[in-house]
Write a protein that binds this ligand. Structure first.
Ligand SMILES: Cc1ncc(COP(=O)(O)O)c(C=O)c1O
Length: 344
């Protein structure tokens, strides 16, 4: 496939044909509703094979829903979530965690979208003080909103500190496939094996039509999930069509092929524009996003033919996002346009 001109969002990509075929294959005859169907059982089995028999998976409609259900499972009403200032839960969910999970988010500024163990430790204040919210969850985004990827050691260090202080670790894995591909690990090795307690598992950006999952690694947490999902309006009646999307992504490791393609295209783009005078890459390009400073006039001119976001209105930093359908020719065309614009 090819997506000329599209660098705005990995959600702009179409549905991967393998996922479309899997949905079509599920579209036969009657089937029990609300997840009691064979496709949901197959998808749940794939999650169990991927993350271990102790894990338990709940399919949901979207990423905001996954995050809200996950946080609700972990929090009491007086407990708080430590996250980055740029976290999707903090800035891009219209206050859903605060409104629906009813929790305070303690947002910590981070230059590259990654929390550090020192930040987590410094935020553990007022413990036991009835006047203060009690930090209970550390929420990490992987890959981060800045396209950076926590290493396994970084994840392990943060979860060790969190667990030592009685906190749990949530991972917003809207781009977990891109992160696993970047790290060269299995999905399990970069989540449950490094101490993650609950994962919002992203599929939509990875080629699904619209499906995500909440994966919990502690069996004690699993019992509340079906109730929280329903109450959060995330229970699909025709669940087989959500499940089929995971079956498609699991087929021949399509999820990994897709993530590698998106990441490779971002690297191709970054390497090419790094050489252009007037372009500054601002973040480490670890997954499928490139963040860069371009002159404002060039950004405005380029946006006539190419879709991409200005990420920071103050500095003019732009976000250039690749996805599973981005092809080398799409990148090369964009690079040529950037080069032409900056040589004017
Ligand atoms: C880091 C992150 N988390 C979660 C989501 C999921 O959001 P949505 O509710 O749009 O599926 C997104 C989508 O942009 C995201 O970038």
């Amino acid at each position: 496939m090819s997506l000329p001109g599209e660098f705005a969002s990995d959600n702009a990509a179409p549905v991967h044909p393998v996922v479309m075929d899997a949905i079509a294959a599920a579209n036969t005859g009657a089937s029990p509703a609300y997840g009691a169907d064979p496709w949901t059982h197959r998808a749940e089995q794939w999650f169990a094979d991927t993350f271990g028999a102790e894990s338990s998976t709940t399919l949901v409609w979207n990423g905001t829903g996954a995050n809200v259900v996950a946080l609700r499972a972990l929090l009491k009403p007086w407990e708080a979530v430590l996250c980055t200032a740029q976290a999707h839960i903090n800035v891009d969910e219209c206050g859903a965690p605060e409104r629906i999970a009813g929790c305070k988010l303690v947002d910590l500024p981070t230059p590259g979208g990654k929390l550090t163990p020192a930040q987590v430790e410094a935020a553990l204040v007022g413990i036991g003080d009835q006047h203060r919210v009690q930090p209970r969850v550390v929420s990490l985004t992987q890959a981060t909103e800045y396209g950076t990827v926590y290493t396994r050691d970084e994840l392990r260090d943060i979860s060790d500190i969190a667990h030592r202080h009685g906190l749990l670790v949530h991972m917003d894995g809207a781009r977990i496939a891109n992160a696993a591909a970047a790290l060269g690990t299995s999905l399990r090795e970069c989540t449950v094996d490094v101490g993650i307690d609950v994962l919002s598992f992203g599929a939509t950006k990875n080629g699904a039509m619209g499906a995500e999952a909440v994966v919990v690694f502690d069996p004690a947490l699993a019992a509340s999930l079906p109730f929280l999902r329903k109450q959060t309006a995330q229970l699909a009646s025709k669940m087989r069509y959500l499940a089929a999307q995971f079956i498609g992504l699991a087929h021949d490791d399509t999820w990994l092929v897709n993530a590698r393609q998106a990441n490779a295209m971002a690297h191709r783009l970054a390497e090419a524009i790094r050489e252009i005078d007037g372009v500054t890459i601002t973040q480490s390009v670890d997954a499928n996003a490139v963040f860069a400073l371009l002159p404002r006039a060039a950004t405005e001119a380029l946006q006539r033919d190419f879709h991409f976001y200005v990420w920071d209105e103050v500095t003019g930093e732009v976000r250039l996002m690749c996805n599973w359908a981005t092809e080398p020719a799409d990148v090369d065309q964009f690079v040529a346009a950037i080069r032409a614009e900056l040589s004017r």
